[in-house]
Ligand binder design. Structure first.
Ligand SMILES: Nc1nc2c(c(=O)[nH]1)N[C@H]1C(S)=C(S)[C@@H](COP(=O)(O)OP(=O)(O)OC[C@H]3O[C@@H](n4cnc5c(=O)[nH]c(N)nc54)[C@H](O)[C@@H]3O)O[C@H]1N2
Ligand SMILES: Nc1nc2c(c(=O)[nH]1)N[C@H]1C(S)=C(S)[C@@H](COP(=O)(O)OP(=O)(O)OC[C@H]3O[C@@H](n4cnc5c(=O)[nH]c(N)nc54)[C@H](O)[C@@H]3O)O[C@H]1N2
Ligand SMILES: [Mo]
Length: 765
């Protein structure tokens, strides 16, 4: 059924996205522009990338089934074969039949719907919530836990500080930094490009203004990163271009220097932490005979020893904020830099003081460091999943390749289920996973793969049944964001393109086929649900003295701004003030520099206190490939979203993703600016357009993620760096992804230029 679009005559149309709020311009039923929101002081250029692709040739306009799958060739041909159009009735019947077959023959754990990914903003139309709610109505599914963003921290930090997400949402706010911090030491920088993004939406991008105010207030910045651009030039940061994946060694060297100069805060350590003695014995090298001194660290990080000594003393002299980027967790042994950074901050004794202590991910997203405390925003209820099987999210290929195999996770052993059916909605594993050529091989294992998406990216192209989803602009929703003061409606501004349906309606259709429609919808329409979510949120906000308008006024004005508190947020302030009355949720109630719990797990790759462990691939080891690849977040898009749009494509070089390289490395290889190159290692290769710049350390190359995977054998023609990255867990503790510990080499591309096929869509017959 088509929804009639109500013209919001009295106010401009509004939409919200992970990259911010925009005012859509619609002419004769077509989207013509997305204009900056009047309240946004630094709108992101990412949004307008949507305009040309919303109804362009990459759009999926009707349900499709892979031809070979229909003909019974289930496990061969994925990603290569043509698709056949089917009606919604046929698609619903096929999906229902497959679900029925798999659950009755193998059990619900044979359905994997971990379905990780960012999907879109909007409280109700959250693709994964809709999918999981539906599958819970038919007996559940195997899920995934943790994220690709910071899995290592999600698992280790709760052992050390009692909570990780609670810390991130209560990060010491930028206001407190400007007021009281004097030295901001940023491991992994504070990249402006990342501040464009905030999950669920944002009304005002404040990162740039916050950095400027801090600078104007006299804060000094240190950028510890292989990339100079990780801190904006204006703040005049000192740049310590360490060897990638060596941050833990640097932190240990700093800790050793503090200790040997007696600059550590013994009083704070005794009242607020446990285990410093064991750690200091490790620093001294009591057992292994290796003091983790500044000299030792200088060697590993390839930094001047004096810089490390000076930094330690500066940190002790100043009101110091230690900021650690989330990227540090996406490395081999990614638990260690977080644990070591917390330990270093505890030694400085400034945790819980205004402008000092530690912060996780300033600059990862606009929401980190905002002045609002989070309030409980309602989420779509997913029901109860009777299946207990799960995987740590980045173990997907492992799971598919080792059914019934054993894996470790956070102190326990578990068994991989034997998965027969995979269903993805709102994520793109062919973007986010590592070693994509291996993922492609793993993808040949299940009998059926279902994907809901709106565009023909690699994930849709590697599916058997493709269900076309609407974009946010084709359905009404609300964006409620816990830290952001701006709350907005998300208007439906155009009719659904082709036969696309919202994920809710997709699931509803299949639920009807399987006799669980009533359980799935509870008789509520999408608007009823949105009102319900809004009202619950409004009630819980009221309990925290936060006033929200009623539904009708919200719809009428389209947005409102919550009052921001006068007092800045200071992370762990109450704990600092009284650790007995306000203990952490750790076994000791204190910061666990040594964790008996983790030590008892007996993991050599994550022992009981922070340690330096050599990463799988880095420039300090026995090197197979001479360049370290940093595949970080892209500036022109969110992951793979809108890679096909005009904004992302305008930034490509030689029609491919950009690879940045230091001039000396380029000269060594006889490479020139703008040239097409082949980036390769033992796992695969991709093409890239070369940019030569001194803004990154020699020996390091950088390629943003997000180019749509375009395989030609082991080569990605379009420049997706995940054909190169290793697929291994951070450790037996967290099993997080380690995309940023990766070595490669680069040569000129000499052969005939292969055309990019990523944006062509499959053959449809
Ligand atoms: N090498 C390397 N790899 C990385 C990283 C890295 O730093 N380096 N970073 C990792 C990180 S931190 C993350 S979070 C992941 C991100 O990985 P993902 O979150 O999987 O990436 P996205 O491209 O955002 O995928 C979202 C998908 O949802 C689709 N979509 C959008 N709206 C809707 C909707 O309403 N309905 C449906 N059905 N689909 C929708 C989009 O078209 C897109 O295909 O990548 C990880 N991968
Ligand atoms: N524009 C845009 N913004 C985004 C996203 C996006 O796709 N596009 N994705 C969002 C998501 S899902 C997430 S999780 C966050 C991630 O936020 P981050 O993890 O902070 O983002 P990255 O850009 O991957 O990494 C930050 C910087 O870490 C540096 N780095 C890499 N390796 C090392 C190392 O070994 N040591 C040190 N010291 N530095 C290193 C890199 O130079 C990189 O620029 O970003 C969010 N913001
Ligand atoms: Mo992420």
């Amino acid at each position: 059924m088509r929804v009639k679009i109500v013209n919001k005559a009295d106010r401009p149309l509004l939409t919200n996205s992970h990259w911010g709020v925009y005012q859509p311009e619609v002419v004769e039923g077509r989207l013509r522009g997305l204009h900056p929101f009047s309240e946004d002081i630094d709108p992101s250029p990412i949004g307008p990338g949507m305009v040309d692709v919303i109804d362009g040739p990459t759009r999926i306009t009707c349900p499709m089934v892979r031809q070979g799958w229909l003909e019974g060739r289930r496990k061969t041909g994925r990603g290569d074969e043509p698709f056949v159009r089917v009606s919604w009735e046929e698609a619903n019947a096929l999906v229902a039949q497959e679900l029925e077959r798999v659950r009755s023959d193998f059990g619900n754990q044979a359905i994997f719907a971990g379905s990780y990914g960012w999907a879109s903003a909007g409280r109700f139309h959250h693709a994964q919530s809709q999918l999981k709610r539906f599958l819970n109505c038919i007996g559940g599914f195997t899920k995934s836990v943790n994220t690709y963003s910071y899995a290592a921290a999600e698992v280790v930090v709760p052992h050390v500080l009692g909570s990780f997400m609670g810390m991130v949402s209560n990060t010491t706010s930028w206001g407190s930094i400007a007021q009281d911090c004097t030295l901001f030491v940023a491991f992994g920088g504070v990249a402006l490009k990342n501040g464009q993004i905030s999950p669920g939406g944002t009304g005002r991008h404040i990162l740039q203004a916050s950095l400027r105010s801090a600078k104007a207030a006299g804060v000094d910045f240190v950028n510890i990163s292989p990339l100079r651009g990780d801190l904006m030039e204006e703040v005049g940061a000192d740049w310590l271009a360490l060897r990638p994946s060596s941050d833990t060694a640097l932190m240990l060297g700093l800790a050793h220097e503090l200790m040997s100069q007696n600059l550590h805060d013994q009083e704070f350590l005794s009242t607020h932490s446990v285990g410093f003695d064991t750690f200091s014995s490790y620093l001294n090298g009591d057992e292994d005979g290796i003091p983790k001194s500044a000299e030792w660290a200088a060697e590993i990080c390839d930094l001047p020893v004096q810089d490390i000594r000076d930094l330690a003393r500066r940190m002790a002299r100043n009101r110091t904020m230690i900021a650690v980027a989330w990227s540090l967790t996406r490395q081999d042994h990614g638990e260690q830099p977080y644990w070591a950074a917390i330990t270093l901050a505890a030694m400085l004794g400034q945790i819980g003081l205004p402008g000092g202590g530690i912060g996780f991910g300033y600059g990862a997203e606009n929401k980190v460091g905002l002045s609002m405390r989070p309030f409980p925003v309602a989420t779509m209820p997913q029901g109860v999943n009777p299946v207990s099987e799960f995987i740590p999210v980045a173990r997907i290929a492992d799971m598919l390749q080792n059914p019934e195999g054993v894996f470790d996770y956070n102190g326990k052993q578990h068994i991989y289920p034997d998965v027969r059916l995979v269903w993805w909605a709102g994520g793109n594993p062919f973007h986010h996973h590592q070693d994509l050529n291996n993922l492609r091989a793993a993808w040949a294992r299940p009998e059926t793969i279902i994907v809901n998406d709106w565009c023909w990216n690699a994930n849709a192209r590697h599916a058997d049944i493709v269900l076309p989803a609407t974009t946010t602009l084709e359905r009404a929703d609300i964006a409620l964001t816990p830290n952001d003061p701006y709350q907005t409606v998300m208007d439906q501004v155009i009719e659904p393109v082709g036969d696309a349906k919202s994920d809710h309606d997709i699931c509803k259709g299949i639920a009807a086929q399987m006799g669980v429609e009533e359980a799935f919808t509870e008789g509520k329409s999408p608007e009823d649900w949105q009102r319900w979510l809004y009202d619950i949120t409004r009630q819980s906000a009221a309990r925290e003295q936060i006033e929200m308008p009623d539904w009708a006024s919200f719809q009428e004005t389209g947005w409102f701004k919550l009052a921001e508190p006068a007092e800045p947020i200071i992370m762990m302030q109450a704990f600092r003030a009284d650790p007995v009355v306000n203990p952490l949720k750790t076994p000791s109630g204190k910061i666990e520099i040594f964790s008996e719990t983790i030590a008892a797990f007996g993991y050599a790759d994550c022992p009981g206190h922070p340690v330096w462990l050599e990463p799988l691939e880095w420039l300090g080891g026995t090197v197979d490939y001479p360049l370290h690849l940093v595949s970080n977040q892209p500036s022109t898009k969110l992951h793979s979203q809108l890679d096909h749009g005009s904004v992302s494509r305008a930034a490509k070089v030689a029609g491919r993703e950009v690879l940045s390289m230091n001039p000396e490395d380029a000269a060594d290889r006889g490479l020139e600016n703008g040239q097409l190159v082949r980036v390769f290692n033992g796992r695969g290769a991709c093409l890239a357009g070369l940019t030569i710049t001194a803004a990154l350390r020699k020996g390091v190359v950088q390629m943003p993620t997000g180019a749509w995977y375009d395989p030609d054998g082991g080569l990605c023609r379009n420049g997706n760096p995940n054909v190169l990255t290793p697929d291994k867990g951070t450790s037996r503790l967290a099993q997080g992804p380690i995309a940023l510990s990766c070595l490669v080499d680069v040569v000129a591309w000499q052969d005939e230029l292969p055309a990019v096929r990523a944006y062509d869509g499959p053959v449809i017959c």
